[in-house]
Design a protein around this ligand. Structure first.
Ligand SMILES: [Fe+2]
Length: 354
């Protein structure tokens, strides 16, 4: 929800921000970082300020240590009935109002994915697209000090050093940027999540409050490639994870649009398939020939998506960006967010409380 901003003098704003930061530090010193996150969010809804946004990034990373790591379900995957017994050859679809734990879990376990129409409403998705494009603008112009004020750049792009990861080129390319490297975007994306039933549905399915991560939470812009391999993220996320990925398009993509959607197997695969053979380009990918050999008769589908639509899936879903000739393609903008059960969190990633 977008709260109305409060009109205050600059001096009063300074006082409010200073008080909010002091209160958050106080709560953190008592081991109450989740409460500190909540209190910072409340103030930032009224006063968007880089110091609050930066503090929220740090506090969300630190708050991960306070999450309950007890497995929410004794058995994984759970046994759930198929909510879409008549659907085959295409992913099941629901409007956002029908997204709940049983629908999500049943769809993933029986069909491999679930398309959620209008997960974000039109105002929210337009606002998020503007934020995503602003973050990429800050990334693209980082070598030009005149392109953006220092404060604006700090809000929209600053390499996070609080997650323990070594500086790398990840997030410095033209196509992908970590959300965590944009404090203002972290705020906007989490607000967008909380405007929808997404986190509640994932929490109910996992049986525990999910967390995000530093390196599997990204914004992407793509024109597609004429050809690419397929992959399952389970090929590199590690074993024993419980996860749901929310891929949210902020662009009309696929169908009769000129932007690439996501191309995917519209059924549940039994596990992570062997990678790297049959002419695959990488040791973690699967070629079309390899897929046809391992899953005879499989046909890929490309759902047409509109701004605010989401495709939800997990580590077993075989997919790629829709193949397109980049020269004649439009940009597709999307947010990809892998939610993990804290009890089975991939060790290589720093967790983020949401
Ligand atoms: Fe992927």
């Amino acid at each position: 929800m977008t709260a109305a901003r409060t009109e205050t003098s600059p001096e009063h704003t300074e006082e409010i921000v200073a008080d909010a930061l002091a209160q958050a530090d106080d709560l953190a010193s008592q081991g109450r970082r989740l409460a500190a996150v909540e209190s910072l969010v409340e103030v930032a809804r009224q006063h968007r300020d880089v110091r609050l946004e930066e503090a929220l990034v740090r506090m969300r990373l630190d708050a991960f240590a306070e999450l309950d790591r007890t497995p929410g379900r004794d058995q994984w995957p759970p046994t759930l009935s198929d909510p879409f017994p008549d659907v085959s050859g295409a992913p099941p679809e629901v409007p956002a109002s029908d997204l709940d734990p049983a629908t999500l879990g049943g769809a993933l376990l029986h069909h491999g994915s679930l398309v959620v129409r209008n997960l974000l409403d039109s105002d929210r998705s337009q606002q998020l697209l503007a934020s995503v494009q602003r973050a990429f603008e800050a990334l693209d112009t980082r070598a030009d000090p005149d392109a953006m004020s220092d404060v604006e750049r700090a809000r929209w792009f600053q390499r996070c050093s609080h997650d323990g990861s070594k500086p790398s080129l990840f997030g410095m390319g033209t196509a992908t940027m970590r959300v965590i490297d944009s404090p203002a975007l972290v705020f906007d994306v989490v607000e967008a999540f909380h405007s929808s039933p997404l986190i509640g549905a994932i929490a109910g399915y996992l049986g525990e409050q999910p967390a995000l991560s530093n390196n599997k939470w990204a914004i992407r812009r793509s024109k597609g490639l004429p050809f690419s391999d397929l992959h399952q993220d389970g090929a590199f996320l590690g074993d024993d994870i419980r996860t749901v990925n929310a891929w949210i398009s902020l662009t009309h993509a696929g169908g009769d649009s000129s932007a690439p959607s996501i191309e995917m197997v519209p059924s549940r695969l039994p596990g992570v398939l062997p990678t790297g053979g049959h002419g695959a380009a990488f040791d973690w990918t699967v070629s079309d020939e390899g897929l046809a050999t391992m899953v005879p008769g499989v046909e890929l589908v490309t759902p047409e998506v509109f701004p605010g639509d989401a495709v939800l899936f997990d580590e077993l879903m075989m997919h790629r960006t829709q193949c397109r000739d980049a020269d004649s393609s439009d940009w597709r903008w999307a947010v990809e967010s892998w939610f993990f059960a804290p009890s089975c969190y991939p060790q290589r990633y720093a967790g983020i409380a949401v």
